[in-house]
Design a binder for this molecule. Sequence first.
Ligand SMILES: [Zn+2]
Length: 302
Amino acid sequence: MKKAVGIDIGGTNTRISFITEKGHVLKQAIFKTPNSKSPEKTIYEIFLKVKNLKILSPSIPVGLAVPALVDPQSGIVKLAPNLNWRNFNLKETLLKKFKLKKIVFENDANCAAWAIYKKQKDKIKNLCVVTLGTGVGGGYIHNGKLLQKQGTSIFEIGHIKIDPDGPKCGCGGRGCLETFCGARHMNRWAKKFWKKTSFKNKNLTPLEIEIQARRGKIWARKVWQEYGKYLGLGLSNVINLLAPQKIALTGGISAAYPLFKKDLIESIFENALPQYTQNLKIEKIKWNRFTGSIGAGLLALH
Ligand SMILES: [Zn+2]
């Protein structure tokens, strides 16, 4: 059976999955992403750690997931803000130092989407995967193929616009979906709902808001209703463009799905073309932090 190594380089941690072509995990590891000044040194240190796991060999393909816009062919990372990489040629650096048969590159959210697509029980061919975490990311599978483009990774769903007068986003734009549904930005608008509570001057995490909502606090429930509404608006744009058969929600915040499900669905039905929503499935996929590395490995085997 064919095997591959998937490496997911995160801003904080790097996760490794050694997998079979069916996506079964043979070995996994996690370590802090080295904090070197030069990207060459960082990547070199990562590969030395992977080498120590005794899973690398010249016959094993390797997939790399990076939190950035990356060219899947050339392996050039245009900009990875969390890693401080700019126009860095990953492929060249790796092939020079390590004997590798095949190495592929993708954005981390696209890798996670591919893993979720491959693991589906219902084998749906048109799938939109949305990762709700610190930011909002995603990947799209169209007719059984990951949406990819030569020159850069695509499907930056977190940066579709849902409010022209909305807050500034890290991308330089305004009113992006991420500024409403990313954990990093939630506080800004959600605060208005806990004005009359003891949390008035505190910044709450999505998990804290979730706990309060589950305890029945009205203000917290309102936060999640609003969350569902914004997310539904963003997803409607994707539905109207690509008509997915299924939307899979994952990431840390998706744990609160039961709290925003009703408003999300209402918002989708209100904003998306009815022809496209008739048979649309919406599913929550349990978040596993190794999903990106598994997807990277599966892409290397593809
Ligand atoms: Zn943005």
